[in-house]
Write a protein that binds this ligand. Structure first.
Ligand SMILES: Nc1ncnc2c1ncn2[C@@H]1O[C@H](COP(=O)(O)OP(=O)(O)OP(=O)(O)O)[C@@H](O)[C@H]1O
Length: 257
């Protein structure tokens, strides 16, 4: 595990994410089929699956954005069905699509999201300086985000998603479109966050990234077909790498889009 030792203030005891028979149906179609798992504080949890396997639907339920059809799940100690608002205050979220405003500067974006997360002006100012220093972006504070390379935008978006010190950060394919070296640098930020006790829940299509996770789950047709450490999965499937594990599982899928 990356760093469960340091607990955040207000951190919950036990698993930070807990799902038991979590299910979502759309009419007669079952998109997420009774998945059960737990994620510990400070764990980097990879959430893999082919297109249409049910990852986004499951993630939306865990973020309190979609009501489950069956089963239960809690995030940071709150029930996803009954206490979605409490969950939204304790999670960060970053996707490839939902990100920063290109026509605002770096500093304006941080100030804007700090306000959205309900931080005080003095707090935002202090956090802005710390964040810019950590990312080595201090000299770019007044640059338009649209002018930054994609890799920088991703690092900034991730740091902004952590501005309000969430217990869990949900990342939906956060590294799409960047080269392997830039992706590796992005992962350094994930490790730093995990070492501070933040739980990282990440979907990715890059199988090399699955190797960097503490544990990896693989969804097939709405079910969690496998869940273990990358080493454990490779052993279980007699595979040389995660790509091979993924292909073995995904080959039998029906719902791929
Ligand atoms: N609102 C909806 N109504 C009906 N079917 C839906 C709805 N949302 C998702 N689905 C279906 O549920 C299945 C799972 O979709 P989901 O988006 O969760 O998959 P995914 O694993 O996230 O795929 P991707 O990697 O493409 O995002 C798909 O067959 C999809 O068409």
């Amino acid at each position: 595990m990356s760093g469960a030792a340091t607990q955040l203030p207000g951190a919950v005891a036990g698993p930070v994410i807990r799902a038991e028979g979590l299910t979502k149906t759309f009419g007669a179609f079952t998109a997420v089929d009774a998945i059960s798992f737990e994620v510990a504080a400070g764990e980097i949890f990879g959430f893999l699956g082919a297109n249409g396997a049910g990852k986004t639907t499951a993630m939306r339920m865990l973020c309190g954005l979609l009501t489950p059809s069956g089963g239960v799940a809690s995030v940071a100690g709150f029930d996803v069905g009954r206490e979605p608002e409490a969950i939204k205050r304790r999670i960060g979220y970053m996707s490839q699509k939902f990100s920063l405003y290109d026509d605002l500067t770096v500093r304006e974006n941080i100030r804007f999201y700090g306000g959205v997360y309900g931080l005080r002006t003095t707090e935002i100012r202090a956090k802005t300086e710390a964040l810019l220093g950590r990312l080595g972006l201090a000299h770019e504070r007044d640059a338009l985000v649209g002018s930054l390379p994609l890799g920088w935008k991703q690092k900034l978006a991730f740091s902004v998603a952590l501005l309000h010190d969430p217990a869990v950060v949900f990342l939906d394919e956060p590294t799409g479109g960047v080269d392997p070296i830039t992706r590796r640098q992005f992962w350094d930020l994930l490790y730093e966050a995990a070492a501070r006790g933040v739980t990282v829940f990440i979907t990715t299509h890059y199988l090399d990234e699955a190797e960097y996770c503490d544990r990896v789950s693989i969804m097939v047709d709405g079910r969690m077909a496998a869940l273990d450490t990358p080493a454990g999965l490779k052993q279980q499937f007699g595979a040389a790498d995660m790509n091979e594990v993924f292909l073995q599982l995904a080959r039998g899928a029906k719902n791929t889009e």
